[in-house]
Design a protein around this ligand. Structure first.
Ligand code: 1CP
Length: 345
């Protein structure tokens, strides 16, 4: 059983703490030599994700290296499109590539029913990681937001501007909504199974929130995130699980993000001038050091961390994190330095 008095869960309950809990988005990954040693045994990244023992080993690597306060499931957001038959492949040095992307309205109509049991390898990884973790370290399960999953599925790969996706949703508005609805239901079932398997907290990654203007963001992304969180909060098995929402560089003011129903907002690194009085009534906050700062020298890291800690010093329910994921070019020594620095201030 996970201890309910771990500092990460306390912060998510909006308790004020002397030292913030610390974890990092993409804390397991290519910047770690231990990760690269395991990764080179697999050609396709998803084959690695399909091995629950390997996922367990990878999730524990950053916990062991940096003594963090929360662990995140080792998997990927694109497991759902893969389970829907879109054929997701990650080849080394490339991003994700879909063999069967959504190219037309017909492709949406022909999608199979989402079967959560297709992703039992993920739930097994959750159970393994939960068992391997100390009881005072909560485990975060996750999914991509429906919009972010739709964007990859329609574009068929990553992109700077997702031009084809933006065109698709204008030309096929109805089918876009049918697809987003389907992804929302899939995300709910997927997260529910992760919770049953042992996840203590859920994070939703809206990594492509920045593609949409305000009206489109409400229409294509936020409305589905709201629906997903409502489903979680109305289900007896998931209703007490804290939900964290990350949105990349959203056009919305953070005050509006509180309407999502999330318990905690994970702030993108560019977010500033927050209305902390307003937010403190509603949500815990997580963030938001620019990951690029970890490419700088120790003096710069020190200065930037102090700025962030000063902002959130009195916030009830603050979790230290980065404002987006750790990139492969970051030196693990700086991650260690950062973690020790926060605890020492
Ligand atoms: O510790 C961890 O966080 C590891 C688990 C994890 C998570 C939470 C991975 C492993 N991926 C994710 C989430 C994820 N995947 C997001 C949301 C977070 C974010 O915004 O960064 C996104 C957008 C993806 C999609 C994805 N998967 C990308 C980005 C593609 C793009 O558009 O630029 C990539 C490169 C992957 C592969 C991947 N996922 C995870 C790892 C370690 C890797 C690298 C794969 C490799 O080693 O080849």
């Amino acid at each position: 059983m996970t201890e309910t008095n771990s500092i990460f869960l306390k912060a998510l309950r909006k308790e004020k703490l002397d030292v913030p809990p610390i974890w990092y988005m993409r804390q397991a990954g290519r910047y770690m030599p231990e990760y690269r040693a395991v990764r080179k045994q697999f050609k396709n990244f998803l084959d690695m994700c399909k091995n629950p023992d390997v996922c367990c080993e990878l999730a524990l690597q950053p916990i062991n290296a940096f003594n963090l306060d929360a662990s995140i499931l080792f998997s990927d957001i694109l497991t759902i499109p893969d389970a829907l038959g879109l054929g997701v492949e990650f080849l080394e040095g490339e991003g994700p590539v879909f063999k069967n992307p959504i190219l037309s309205a017909k492709d949406v109509k022909n999608l199979p029913e989402f079967d959560p049991n297709e992703l039992s390898y993920v739930y097994k990884a959750v159970t393994n990681i939960r068992q391997a973790l100390p009881s005072d370290i909560p485990l975060i399960g996750f999914c991509g937001s429906p919009w972010t999953l739709a964007a990859y599925s329609i574009e068929g790969r990553s992109s700077k501007d997702f031009k084809y996706t933006k065109e698709f949703i204008k030309v096929n508005e109805n089918e876009a909504h049918i697809f987003l609805d389907k992804l929302t239901d899939a995300c709910f079932l997927y997260l529910k199974h992760q919770v049953t398997a042992g996840a203590d907290v859920i994070q939703i990654f809206d990594s492509w929130a920045n593609l949409l203007d305000e009206k489109d963001y409400e229409n294509y992304s936020m409305s589905y995130i709201k629906k997903l969180i409502k489903l979680l909060k109305n289900d007896s098995e998931t209703k007490n699980i804290p939900v964290i929402l990350f949105a990349r560089d959203p056009i919305f003011n953070s005050n509006v993000m509180t309407e999502s129903g999330a318990d905690c907002l994970s702030l993108y690194w560019r977010v500033q001038n927050l209305d902390l009085n307003f937010l403190s009534e509603k949500v815990a906050l997580q963030g938001n050091l620019n990951p690029k700062i970890l490419l700088e020298d120790k003096n710069t890291i020190n200065k930037e961390v102090k700025k962030i800690l000063a902002i959130f010093k009195d916030y009830p329910g603050y979790i230290f994190n980065l404002g987006h994921g750790i990139t492969p070019d970051i030196n693990p020594d700086n991650v260690k330095y950062l973690t020790e620095l926060i605890r020492s201030i």
